[in-house]
Design a protein around this ligand. Structure first.
Ligand code: SAH
Length: 341
């Protein structure tokens, strides 16, 4: 049964749902194997590294699942200076990594021009691609940052269920999120979206829709990360996503989306010591090592016990290449542009 689905060129929602419901161990292995084959055909054996700088944990939003939410008054907030951001960018570039991801909460005290200046300073000094992950901002700002040199924008839709979206994100609408993604694409950004797996009240059908929304948006990158409960949020007592289920979602996403970049996220590494390696064998082709310097790093606490560079071999420069080659893969050179261009 599962083989029939795995061999189809284009899967519909019911078929994706049955992949995600697969419990039989052999079938689950077949699913991972197929995802690994599809990954090899469309992405090859190269693993792309994206160095992340989490430059501010201030956030105007109040997402129910996220530790950076505005109402979390326990979290000590920080903003990195431009000089600190540049220093970190240099460390990433010196490691041979040619994508820099600038990520923050929705922090409007970094105005359009501030971000534009950071982008152009990085681009002037280093031959890198820049991904922005700053949440929803003004369309004019997106345009300005594109002309300043930004290449990609990562804005996860988080859930494609229009009824649940405002439950998790008070005051926000799914339609706006999707409109922003289409706009970003229309002005030339490579776009990234994706979901959080196993949020409270979310169904398997919702997750199939999340994958299908990524197909509809024709994303260049898609990130499916497990929900991990975060203290000081309304969901602090909710159950974390299951590792195998997370891998099934990533595998199904690879089979459906084909030529997109899919990261093995820090969140999956947090769920399981070898979560990222397992993700790389179930469809993923990207790792996003965290370069946020101390003392800030531990303060970008979107969820509990987030894996930090110092205790994860994949984040340690000297071990990184080794871990990847142990999987029979290699670290990519170059910027790792969209597989669709
Ligand atoms: N402000 C930016 C970046 C947010 S942090 C934005 O809105 O896009 C990056 C990602 O962390 C979010 O997109 C969300 O998917 C993820 N995240 C937040 N809380 C989480 C949790 N408890 N478990 C798993 N992922 C979480």
């Amino acid at each position: 049964m599962i083989n029939d689905i795995l061999n189809k060129e284009e899967l519909n929602k019911e078929e994706i749902v049955s992949l995600l419901r697969t419990e039989d161990c052999q079938d689950v292995q077949l699913l991972f194997q197929k995802a690994d084959e599809v990954r090899k055909v469309y992405c090859g054996d190269e693993v792309h590294l994206r160095g992340i700088i989490e430059f501010s944990n201030y956030c105007e939003q109040d997402c129910l699942y996220c530790g950076l939410r505005k109402s979390n008054s326990v979290l000590e907030r920080y903003r990195m200076s431009s000089a600190e951001i540049m220093q970190t960018a240099k460390a990433i570039y010196n490691m041979g990594i040619q994508t820099i991801v600038l990520q923050s909460g929705e922090d409007f005290s970094f105005g359009g021009n501030d971000i534009a200046n950071i982008i152009s300073s990085i681009k002037k000094k280093f031959d890198v691609a820049i991904t922005l992950s700053l949440g929803e901002r003004d369309y004019e700002e997106y345009k300005l940052w594109k002309t300043s040199g930004a290449d990609r924008y990562l804005l996860k839709h988080e859930t494609s269920n229009p009824g649940l979206y405002p439950v998790y994100h008070s005051n926000q609408k799914l339609k706006d999120r999707v409109d922003h993604l289409y706009f970003l694409k229309s002005i030339g950004y490579q776009i990234g979206s994706g979901n959080i797996i196993s949020l409270p009240r979310q169904t398997i059908e919702d997750i199939a829709d999340d994958i299908l929304l990524c197909r509809e948006l024709d994303v260049d990158m898609a990130s499916f990360s497990p929900f991990i409960s975060s203290p000081y949020t309304p969901y602090r007592k909710r159950k974390n996503a299951d590792l195998t289920f997370t891998l099934k979602v990533m595998a199904a996403a690879r089979i459906v989306l084909k030529n997109v970049h899919i990261p093995a996220t820090t969140a999956i590494a947090t769920l399981d010591e070898f979560g990222r390696e397992k993700g790389l064998q179930a469809g993923a082709n990207v790792i996003m090592p965290n370069f946020t310097p101390n003392p800030y790093r531990e303060k970008f606490s979107i969820y509990a016990n987030k894996k930090c560079a110092k205790d994860n071999p994949l984040d340690c420069p000297s071990c990184l290449e080794n871990s990847i080659s142990l999987l029979g893969r290699k670290v990519a050179t170059g910027k790792g542009q969209s597989l669709k261009v």
